[in-house]
Design a protein around this ligand. Sequence first.
Ligand SMILES: Nc1ncnc2c1ncn2[C@@H]1O[C@H](COP(=O)(O)OP(=O)(O)OP(=O)(O)O)[C@@H](O)[C@H]1O
Ligand SMILES: [Mg+2]
Length: 214
Amino acid sequence: MALIEAAGVHVRFGDRVVLESIDLVVPEGEFHGLMGPNGAGKTTFFNVLTGRVKPSRGSIRLDGEDVTGLSSHRIAAKGVARSFQIMTLFDEFTACENVTVALPSFRARGFDMRRAAAGDNGFAETALGVLATVGLADKGAVRARDLSYGDRRALEIAVALAQSPRVLCLGAGRAAQGKAHRGCDRTRHGIPVRAGRPHIGDPLGPGRRPRHPA
Ligand SMILES: Nc1ncnc2c1ncn2[C@@H]1O[C@H](COP(=O)(O)OP(=O)(O)OP(=O)(O)O)[C@@H](O)[C@H]1O
Ligand SMILES: [Mg+2]
């Protein structure tokens, strides 16, 4: 059974049809990309997949379960994470802290960064492990605002990976793609699917799998 199955998805904004009869099947363990010119509807499709936009027709199934029209919060709770085209980091937090606040175990304790910093090094250790998967092992103590653009994109992906998602929708730019794939390498057994959005002309075509080390 496919992990993601979109069938006949249709979205219109006013009288403008943005998505028309979109079908997409993503089996477990695969990396897919959506390609198209600016304004083609890629982000809108991601918004449908993640519950931010409700389609006027069609359905989205996640592992066989119909999740069409569920809120983004409920879809996220089912293991669908995403990084955005625009940055969604805490600029004053370090890279490690940004990942830490995304850890489900940390969130379960009520977002208390001081308590985490003062007492439990387990969070930082876990966060640093996630950072290492996207090539930021040595940047844990750097504030997000001081990272380069590429590293910030990679950090966004680390924040998404911290949630141990079943599906990761990447709105990442080219600079972060290689790092994202490293993250996929590390997690290929734990996180089965990536739905990617490579930029136009990116060597990753639709359906092409990330390279894994032998
Ligand atoms: N909330 C909205 N209300 C009205 N129109 C919208 C809305 N969101 C997107 N659109 C329009 O829908 C079309 C598709 O936009 P979308 O952002 O999905 O394209 P995209 O393929 O992601 O583009 P880009 O490559 O620039 O990121 C655009 O014409 C956009 O202006
Ligand atoms: Mg877009």
